[in-house]
Design a protein around this ligand. Structure first.
Ligand code: PEP
Ligand code: MN
Length: 293
């Protein structure tokens, strides 16, 4: 008789799919992005602009977040914008800039892939592929990502339950790629004072249900620059393995999400505060030696 892969063949009422489940693998999975390990006791911070806008914007921001202690650089080249008239990203030109600054700074890069037809191209430049909230249930894209041999950053759909989120990750693992990081980025609720409602309870829940690393995006999770530090600190306190945050060298001039992007000084200060929280909960954030409180 065939066993149901959605419950490990065990009829215990669990609807957590098997490959992502803690029952299948008790130890935490460590995802390695070009040498940077996510899921260990060290908390990893991913930072950079919402979108790659220009050489100067990307390079200045990247150099600064590296100095501040970021271990991975983010930056969208293909942007999922609500309006077709908004800046859609630089496309391959943006990927090339990411490749260049990776060479200079040594920071691995993560960037979004929106379409199955882009997977090969994006994977040829990026160290990790991001599947965005709007595509969390794009099953052909999840399968394609599962066939690609790069780590995947999977963001929670803005209307997705924890179970649906884990089923989406299962699609990727099912194709043989177990290098998946889950990202809580806020869900849609009746609340309108924040862009999304950052569901920090998802962190301990996911850590209990799955062995995959869990990170938090307080930028999209709040939509408010001033609230990002508080929620970033809270995310570390509840057990997140990392953070992804939007940082821009001139947030007021950003073509996308400037209102929720930290400036360079705010980011550097936040990293120092996060290190204290991390140490208080038995983790650490390794900062470059020249960064002092
Ligand atoms: C992003 O990280 O740039 C992004 C678009 O995020 P999300 O998919 O969570 O909206
Ligand atoms: Mn953004």
């Amino acid at each position: 008789m065939e066993t149901n892969p959605c419950n490990n063949g065990v009829n215990d009422g669990s609807s957590i799919p098997s490959r992502v489940s803690r029952k299948t693998r008790q130890d935490d999975t460590i995802v390695t992005i070009n040498g940077v390990r996510v899921g260990s006791s060290e908390i990893v911070v991913i930072a950079g602009p919402c979108s790659v806008e220009s050489r100067e914007q990307l390079f200045e921001t990247a150099r600064s977040v590296r100095t501040g202690g970021a271990k991975i650089l983010r930056g969208g080249a293909f942007k999922p914008r609500s309006s077709p008239y908004s800046f859609q990203g630089l496309g391959e030109e943006g990927l090339k800039l990411l490749g260049l600054i990776r060479g200079e700074t040594g920071l691995p890069v993560v960037t979004e892939v929106m379409d199955t037809r882009q997977v090969e191209l994006v994977a040829s430049y990026a160290d990790m592929l991001q599947i965005g909230s709007r595509n969390m249930q794009n099953y052909p894209l999840l399968k394609e990502a599962g066939m690609c041999r790069k780590p995947i950053l999977l963001k929670r759909g803005m209307m997705a339950t924890i179970e649906e989120f884990l089923l989406a990750a299962e699609y990727i693992l099912n194709q043989g790629n177990d290098q998946v990081i889950l990202c809580e980025r806020g869900i849609r609720t009746f609340e309108t004072s924040t862009r999304n409602t950052l569901d920090l309870s998802a962190v301990p829940m996911l850590k209990r249900l799955t062995h995959l690393p869990v990170i938090v995006d307080p930028s999209h999770g709040t939509g408010l620059r001033w609230m990002v530090p508080a929620m970033a600190k809270a995310a570390v306190a509840v057990g997140a393995d990392g953070l992804i945050m939007e940082v821009h060298y001139k947030p007021e001039e950003a073509l996308c999400d400037g209102h929720q992007s930290l400036n360079l000084n705010e980011f550097t200060q936040l990293m120092l505060d996060l290190q204290k929280i991390a140490r208080a909960v038995g983790r650490d954030i390794c900062l470059p030696e020249y960064v002092h409180a």
